[in-house]
Design a binder for this molecule. Structure first.
Ligand code: TXA
Ligand code: MG
Length: 387
């Protein structure tokens, strides 16, 4: 029934100027949902203190109810009531992180307060908070005067949108208004760090790196196991979003880890009509298949900026399968690798050195144990939950 209502809704896309921010603020105060640009990816916003409004986000996205949302604020004063009163040591950590990274692409998990709607926290006793830097996002929060719950503005399971056109492709007829603020600068979602455990823990890597967090907090930041590995059957995710297969295009993506010559040899041997290479800029002439690029090999920030658009471009060009060049995992590269791993449902193939590629068997691959043969990645793909 909801779908019927949503499909008849008219969706307008307007430039994200001051008048648009005021209109969005009014809609949000009236309990509606609006798509807004942020510096990371586009989000679908709702008044975080209004449970019914927040529930509409979950319906529009088709998002599982147990996956909590981030509350977006435009000032530290807005933390009041959103979080529980913070003990001095925790308040000190928040102050240091805020001074270094807010406004910006960092989300902090804190004990929840009474003002945030239950739907935002999805049953947890914690709340995720972030102060975005995008001027349009800030203008909309200010116009509404309340914290805004805002997940990425994609249909659940598809790549996060980094342009207004990508939001429209997923959300046409499902919300009344999209503010167009141009392409997102960062391109991957915010870094998520939990301050609610015995030690800070990185739950989702992003543009703000683990090294930067450690430098500011002055203590080690643990890495959640869910960042690089698929959750095992029955395991609970600290960040519920990590248990879902995210960011996936319709094309079946496989990461090939190895040199460019080894990648070229593998794709030449394995490629079929409908196959694409998801490669770095400038590599196309060396490759035997049609290519979509995602940044330069030596530029992780450029890769982050381009990745989600590239995943959508694969679908637009009708790719059936895509073989992806493997990004580095240092600094911002960890965020790129984390998103690509999920797009690939954790399929990773270790390539033999290029010289040996021709000598390897038809699959040309070594599995994780170093024996020849195509490998499903260490974790395999069975049991992966799609949303
Ligand atoms: O950059 C971003 O963070 C974008 C823009 C729109 O701000 N938003 C975004 O939201 O990526 P979403 O809902 O797609 O991702 C939020 C992530 C999910 O993985 C969710 O499970 C996690 O944050 N999260 C939210 N609340 C949490 C909590 N209380 N404890 C642990 N994880 C939480
Ligand atoms: Mg998302």
């Amino acid at each position: 029934m909801h779908t019927e209502i949503m499909q008849t809704m008219q969706t307008r896309v307007i430039p994200a100027d001051d008048a648009a921010a005021r209109e969005a603020g009014q809609l949000l105060r009236a309990g509606q949902i609006v798509a807004i640009p942020t510096e990371t990816v586009y989000g679908i916003a709702a008044d975080a203190t209004n449970g019914e409004a927040v529930a509409a986000i979950f319906r529009a996205k088709g998002r599982p109810q147990d996956n909590p949302l981030i509350a977006h604020i435009d000032s530290l004063a807005m933390l009041e009531g959103l979080t529980a009163p913070l003990p001095p040591s925790l308040a000190g950590q928040v102050e240091r992180l805020a001074a270094a990274f807010w406004p910006g692409p960092l989300t902090v998990i804190l004990p929840r307060g009474p003002q945030v709607a239950n739907e935002v926290c999805a049953g947890l006793d914690t709340v995720a908070v972030r102060m975005p830097s995008h001027p349009a996002a800030r203008a909309v929060i200010a116009a509404c005067g309340r914290p805004l719950a805002a997940p990425s503005a994609n249909r659940s399971g598809s790549p996060s949108p980094t342009t207004a056109a990508d939001v429209l492709a997923d959300m046409d007829g499902r919300l009344p208004l999209i503010l167009d603020g141009g392409p997102c600068a960062v391109g991957v979602e915010s870094t998520v760090v939990a301050l609610t455990g015995p030690a800070p823990m990185l739950l989702r890597p992003g543009y703000i790196t683990r090294e930067q967090l450690q430098a500011v907090l002055g203590v080690p930041v643990a890495l959640s196991g869910a960042i690089l590995e698929k959750l095992k059957e029955g395991e609970t995710a600290r960040s519920p979003g990590m248990k879902y297969k995210h960011y996936a295009p319709r094309a079946e993506v496989t990461i090939l880890r190895g040199s460019l010559p080894a990648f070229a040899a593998y794709t030449a041997a394995e490629g079929r009509p409908g196959d694409f290479c998801l490669c770095f800029e400038g590599e196309q002439p060396a490759l035997p298949l049609p290519c979509v690029t995602y940044g330069r090999a030596d530029d992780p920030a450029g890769q982050a900026h381009a990745l989600f658009r590239a995943l959508r471009a694969l679908d637009e060009q009708g790719a059936k399968r895509a073989f992806a060049r493997c990004p580095g995992q240092e600094g911002v590269g960890l965020a790129v690798y984390n998103r690509l791993l999920r797009a690939a449902a954790f399929r990773v193939i270790e390539l033999p050195p290029a010289g040996e590629a021709a000598a390897a068997d038809a699959s040309g691959a070594l599995d994780a144990s170093g024996t020849p043969g195509t490998s499903a990645p260490a974790a395999g793909i069975s049991g992966e939950q799609d949303t």
